[in-house]
Design a protein around this ligand. Structure first.
Ligand SMILES: Cc1ncc(COP(=O)(O)O)c(C=O)c1O
Length: 394
C-alpha cells in the first residue's frame, strides 16, 4: 500500500477568504498600509461582562471535560432565549453545543447526506456549505440569488432544482455575503416546499440578531415546526457578540438528528470548554448594553459605506437588511470581481473579497464587511474614489 491521502482528503477546500487574508498579511509585512474589509471579523472586543464570566469560570476551575452535547446550564439559557426570540422552547435533547457554527454545517451534512445526495444552497452563499458538501461527497445545487429580488431566496427557484436526490435545503437569512433577509412569506413558502418533498431545512441563523434595516424582519422556519420535524437551526456567537476566537455555536434540531450530530462532536472535539460555555451563558442572558451599542455603530457604518459606495463611479450598492456585509455591484467598472479585488488591493490598499468566492452568481460583485471604524471607511472610500476616477467605467 503506498502512502497516499484518502480520496476524501482530495475533496477538502476550506474557506477561500483565509487565502485572501494570507495575501493581505504578506503585503502588510512588506510595509503596505491596508484597510481591511475582507474578513467577517468584528473589530470590537468581546464585551467585558462576557469576558469576566469566562475568567470567573476559569478561576472556579471549570477547566475539565464536560458533557459532549453541552452543559445543562447552557442549554437552559438556550431554551430561555429561544422562547423569547422564536416563540418556542426546545427540549433539552434538541440542543447541541459546538465549537463554532461552522462545525454545525459539516455535522449536519455528514449526518444527512450520502454520496450523490443533493443539497440546495443559495448562490452567492457562505463557502463552507460547498466545502462541507464536497467533503461528504454530496452534490451542490446552487440557486441563483438575484439583485432584482433583493438577493432573497425564492421558493419557485428552489422548486426547479428539486430532484429525487434532493435531501436538504440550506437557508441563510440575513445572508452572508448579501446582507439580505427573507420575508416571513418567503420562508414559509420554502418550508411548504420542504414539507411537500419531505426534505430537511438547515437554517443558518448566525446573523439573526443583526437586522439593521427597519423595513426588514427576522423569521425562522423553526417558528413553524419548533425543530421537531425537519428544521435544524445553526447559530453562533462569533458575530452577534464579537466572539470569533472563542469558538462557540449551538444547533437546535429534531432530537434524533441532534443525538447523531452529538456523537460526531464527541468524536472530533469531545466537548466545548466549560469556561467558554459560561461566557456564552452571560452573552445570552447578561446585560446587552454593550452589544446594543455595537449594533448602533454597525448601523451607522453601513449607512456611511453604502452612501459612499453609491457615489463612486461604476459602483451601485443596495442597502442590506442585516449581517455585517455590503455586496456592491461593480460590473459598470468593466472589471470582473477578481480584477476589482486585486485592483483595489494593489492600487488603493483596500482589501475586499471578490463575489465569486461565494459562488458563480457572485461574479460582478464584491463583498465588504463593515467591521472597521468610520475613519477607516471614509479613508477607504476616498482611496477607492481616487483609483476609480481614472478608470473608464462603462
Ligand atoms: C453564514 C455563516 N454561517 C456560519 C458561520 C460560521 O461562524 P463561526 O465563527 O461561529 O464558526 C459564518 C461565519 O462567517 C457565516 O457567515
Amino acid at each position: 500500500m503506498s502512502r497516499t491521502f484518502s480520496v476524501a482528503a482530495g475533496r477538502f477546500s476550506g474557506q477561500p477568504m483565509f487565502n485572501t487574508l494570507e495575501r493581505v498579511q504578506q503585503l502588510e509585512r512588506q510595509g503596505k498600509s491596508i484597510l481591511h474589509f475582507e474578513l467577517g471579523q468584528p473589530d470590537f472586543p468581546t464585551p467585558g461582562n462576557i469576558v469576566a464570566a469566562g475568567i470567573t469560570a476559569l478561576q472556579n476551575s471549570e477547566t475539565r471535560y464536560t458533557s459532549s452535547l453541552g452543559m445543562y446550564d447552557f442549554k437552559l439559557a438556550v431554551q430561555q432565549v429561544t422562547s423569547h426570540s422564536r416563540n418556542f422552547t426546545p427540549d433539552i435533547d434538541q440542543i447541541l453545543v459546538t465549537p463554532g457554527a461552522n462545525a454545525i454545517i459539516y455535522y449536519a451534512i455528514k449526518c444527512l447526506i450520502d454520496p450523490g445526495d443533493e443539497v440546495i444552497i443559495p448562490d452567492p452563499g457562505f463557502p463552507t456549505y460547498v466545502a462541507a458538501i464536497n467533503a461528504c461527497n454530496g452534490v451542490t445545487v446552487g440557486v441563483e440569488l438575484r439583485e432584482a429580488e433583493g438577493f432573497r431566496l425564492q421558493a419557485a427557484d428552489i422548486e426547479q432544482c428539486i430532484t429525487s436526490k434532493t435531501k436538504l435545503i440550506i437557508l441563510n437569512s440575513p445572508s452572508n455575503p448579501t446582507g439580505a433577509a427573507m420575508s416571513e412569506r418567503e420562508i414559509r413558502d420554502v418550508y411548504e416546499l420542504a414539507l411537500h418533498h419531505d426534505l430537511y431545512l438547515l437554517s443558518d441563523e448566525v446573523y439573526s440578531r443583526m437586522i439593521f434595516n427597519k423595513a426588514a424582519i427576522f423569521f425562522s422556519p423553526s417558528m413553524i415546526d419548533h425543530c421537531k420535524d425537519r428544521t435544524l437551526i445553526l447559530n453562533g456567537f462569533s458575530k452577534a457578540f464579537s466572539m470569533t476566537g472563542w469558538r462557540l455555536g449551538v444547533a437546535i434540531g429534531p432530537g434524533a438528528l441532534i443525538q447523531k450530530m452529538g456523537l460526531l462532536n464527541e468524536t472530533i472535539v469531545s466537548c466545548v470548554p466549560p469556561f467558554v460555555q459560561r461566557a456564552g451563558i452571560e452573552a445570552m442572558l447578561g446585560d446587552q448594553a454593550v452589544v446594543k451599542r455595537m449594533y448602533a455603530e454597525y448601523r451607522e457604518r453601513c449607512r456611511l459605506l453604502v452612501d459612499g459606495l453609491n457615489s463612486l463611479p461604476g459602483i451601485s450598492c443596495r442597502v442590506p437588511d442585516g449581517a455585517i456585509y455590503v455586496f456592491p455591484n461593480i460590473t459598470e467598472t468593466g472589471m470582473s470581481s477578481v480584477e476589482f479585488a486585486e485592483y483595489a488591493l494593489d492600487t488603493a490598499g483596500v482589501a475586499v473579497l471578490p463575489g465569486n468566492c461565494f459562488g458563480a452568481h457572485g461574479d460582478g460583485y464584491i463583498r465588504m464587511c463593515y467591521v472597521n471604524n468610520q475613519t477607516c471607511i471614509r479613508e477607504a472610500l476616498s482611496r477607492l474614489g481616487k483609483v476609480l476616477e481614472g478608470k473608464k467605467c462603462r
